[in-house]
Design a protein around this ligand. Sequence first.
Ligand code: PLP
Length: 400
Amino acid sequence: MPALAGRLKDIAVSASVVMGVRARALAAEGHKVISLASGEPDFATPDHAIEAAHQAALKGDTKYPPTDGTPALKKAVQMKFRRDNGLDYALDEILVANGGKQIIMDALLATCDPGDEVLIPAPYWVSYADMAKLATGTPTFVSCPQNNGFKLRPEDLEAAITPRTKWLILNFPNNPTGAACSRAEMQAIAEVLLRHPHVWIMTDDMYEHLVYDGLEFCTIAEVEPRLKERVLTVNGTSKTYAMTGWRVGFAGGPKTLIKAMANMQGQLTSGISTISQAAAVAALEGPQDLIAERAAIYRERRDLVCGLLAEAPGLSCHKPEGAFYVYPNIAGCLGKSSKGGRAIGNDTDFALALLEEKHVATVQGAAYGMSPYIRVSYATDTESLREACRRIVEFCRELS
Ligand code: PLP
């Protein structure tokens, strides 16, 4: 067989995908598997978005779209940034892509040269590091330890920036920890970045509407307008409107960067599905009450899961401010063996044994750059969450 590309050797298959595959295999064998591994809302796409897609298809909105997004969606995104974030972007400062994921890849491809460092606060969403490598950059990490609520400390950020740092990627509320930043905390991060004008700042605000306990979401370009000319504000419809399958992401940023990103995208995929863009317009411009209603449900689930997992010996669960994940520490379970005889030497062993023996899928913290933890997604119904937590508690009680 002819050879595959060398760049593949650095690219990992996402651990949540691996867990999902094993979970489906166990389910196919007849086991009652509960998956807390996926980062996907269990709610439905709003009806008005589906209807808008239907109408767009019927009226012949089915031709190649402009690469950077349809005028209607770009206007809706412009309005969204004003309404939700107090940010003003001109239409040529906005790009639409195939999910937030493609926005991030477009940005890295458009800016990274070999040796450029992409600074990623850890724990981090699995894809950032692999995408940086694909774009010939070098991922570097700055630790956000649990004793600081998994948030980025200004002094740690300062120490991690080098002359080769090309990007800092911010993601609060965070996947996998759920940590979110207050305005004062974001301002402190901004102070550091003001001192390093060679660094681009990407803020992945995918979970902006999922913040709890009175915390107000803020985004760095609005918190510190002096940084706006080097900030890329990334967002999308996947998590907010339960539209993961429609693949709509967007960003606001400086015109030169947006144009370079659109050029990259023009050769990769061109513009995104016209039908999805019509649905996204309806989601952004339609009734927004759904967002708060769903956030209230997620908050109840977070409280439920944190409460139930507190009963699990060896596991300690930090209560996060946002997103739909908790990131329990499993240090107290290490060095033990499961009831089925599996040695628990690290968080991968823990997640695999939990899946094989109790049929609950989670993802090991190693995949997100901080161990020993597991990521538990509570984007699933209450009954499944109760049963899954019961099994996790039982699994921990049976360790010896
Ligand atoms: N950013 C974060 C932090 C995510 O968790 C995800 C999805 O899991 C994405 C981006 C990708 O979102 P999209 O579906 O818009 O590509």
